[in-house]
Design a protein around this ligand. Structure first.
Ligand code: AMP
Ligand code: MG
Length: 478
């Protein structure tokens, strides 16, 4: 079986200063952990060929498949608000692009594939834990219907990587509609390379926003996508954890699953990342951080918006300022769905907010509370008597919608997952994998592919952690 990847590469045709051509570094003993056959098919790739020795060699970076044009992209970024003028792919290599079955151009990228000129002091490698976390969580995100990068494969390298201790190494094959970040624009803006900003903008528009006109049109389209994206995160209790501008995708995909996590008990101030001491990227702050990141993109685009900086600032500000209303509308749409509301009433935001306030005060499980309101509202409300008044208002509000209860339930069932990648499950899966047992990885993945319907024998995947299982901190994916 020979591997044939129908590469159709475009990023490598951009000027040399956009990237460095670099091949992946081979690993000692590659072995396939997981291959996402459904995604392979979507990409027009033969899953069997990817599983063959030749395929695994390609997924490990031990062989460069025909037609690939391996390169590391350069970018800059604000990390936790602090400016870093040069980051770039320090442990990731873009193999090339393929056109998927829907005609969409997708990147194939190896993550953990060895050093690049942008590795700084890093080893260019990833250990098994973050690779499997990204695999599981990004695929779960996709199953939840939220725009995200995908995971095509995970390969064990047979080599140790040194972190706090020695850990098994792995390579993730990541698929994305592109790997262009707000930080990619910032990189060129910081160098006052207006020609590059323009070329990158033209490329982004052609690839992600065909038909859209100029920098303001592109910015406007991204403002809208980010507003929707963050609203969707909020609706499933997702905390990205490192919303740096280099982790902010220019087409609004969720990218760079580092210390990310889904909340168990609801609290807007919830933070998981071990390095987020100030709570900059707390659950409830994600919308304002998204605006901040969009403002950084706007700043990078100023020179191509207008020669007169004041005029450019005014125009860009106007566009970025659309975010709050777009976000509020998207958030309402998400949470109305979670409460089974199809119509729109002025007081809906308040109705939702009061429920959330109560959930925060009582430390209630976010996912399971909404799911209980979906599956057994009476039972749930009877155990939460403080919600009696709220429940009466909700019920009256549902009546005013006039939809039949079955339709309302169906709406709620599509908006309220029964199962999310809970941290304790993810950590348990990683611990088992480090011991060579991948069964929990496959099981978790399998359950998360159908997040809205939970088979009775999988009900423990819906359970919140017991106190001793609770994960309070997640670590960056290095
Ligand atoms: P991240 O926190 O994963 O978004 O990474 C931030 C920057 O650090 C990116 O430029 C990464 O490519 C780089 N980086 C992270 N881990 C490593 C590593 N082990 N070796 C080299 N570069 C790394
Ligand atoms: Mg990153």
């Amino acid at each position: 079986m020979t591997l044939h990847v129908p590469f159709d590469n475009s990023y490598g045709k951009l000027p040399d200063r956009f990237f460095t051509r670099v091949a992946p570094t081979p690993v000692a003993e590659p072995s396939l952990i997981a291959l996402n056959a459904a995604l392979a098919k979507e990409l027009g790739l033969d899953a069997e060929a990817l599983r063959s020795n030749e395929g695994v060699a390609a997924l490990a970076g031990n062989a460069v498949p025909d037609g690939a044009d391996p390169l590391a992209q350069v970018y800059a970024g604000h990390q936790f608000g602090g400016w870093n003028p040069q980051l770039g792919d320090g442990r990731a290599i873009l193999l090339g692009e393929v056109i998927d079955s829907k005609g969409v151009r997708r990147d194939l990228q190896l993550k953990g594939s060895g050093p690049t000129p942008y590795s700084r002091r890093g080893d260019g490698r990833a250990w098994l834990g973050p690779v499997l976390r990204e695999y599981v969580v990004s695929e779960a995100m996709h199953a939840l219907g939220i725009p995200t990068t995908r995971a095509l494969a995970a390969v064990a390298t047979g080599e140790p990587v040194i972190r706090e201790r020695q850990l098994p190494g792995a390579v993730l094959t990541r698929v994305a509609s592109s790997h262009i970040r707000v930080g990619t624009f910032q990189y060129f803006a910081a160098r006052n390379d207006i020609d590059a900003i323009r070329k990158l903008m033209d490329y982004v528009i052609e690839r992600h926003y065909p038909g859209i006109d100029g920098p303001l049109g592109m910015l406007d389209a991204l403002v809208e996508r980010q507003a929707h994206l963050v609203a969707q995160w909020m609706g499933v209790g997702f905390i990205h954890g490192v919303m740096n501008t280099d982790n902010t995708h220019v087409a609004g995909e969720t990218i760079d699953y580092g210390p990310c996590a889904f909340m168990d008990a609801y609290h807007p101030g919830k933070v998981f990342s071990s390095i987020d001491h100030m709570g900059r990227y707390a659950y409830g702050r994600q919308p304002e951080i998204a605006i901040w990141n969009l403002a950084q993109l706007a700043t990078a685009l100023l020179p191509v918006i207008d020669e007169d900086t004041n005029i450019a600032v005014d125009k860009a500000t106007e566009v970025v300022n659309r975010f709050p209303d777009l976000y509020a509308a998207a958030w309402l749409r998400v949470f109305r769905g979670k409460l089974g509301l199809s119509g729109e009433e002025e007081a809906d935001a308040n109705l939702i907010a009061r429920l959330l306030t109560h959930m925060a005060e009582a430390g209630m499980d976010f996912t399971n509370s909404f799911r209980a309101l979906t599956d057994d509202a009476d039972g749930f409300l009877s155990t939460n008597p403080v919600l009696a008044e709220w429940a009466a208002e909700w019920s009256a509000r549902l009546d005013r919608d006039g939809a039949d209860p079955a339709t309302q339930k169906a709406l709620m069932r599509r908006a309220n997952p029964a199962v999310i990648p809970r941290n304790h499950r993810v950590e348990e899966m990683i611990s088992a994998a480090v011991e060579g047992n991948y069964a929990p990885f496959f099981k978790l993945n399998d359950v998360l592919y159908r997040p809205f319907d939970l088979a009775p024998d999988n009900s423990d995947f819906a359970a919140p952690p017991r106190p001793e299982q609770e994960v309070r901190r997640t670590f960056c994916g290095t």
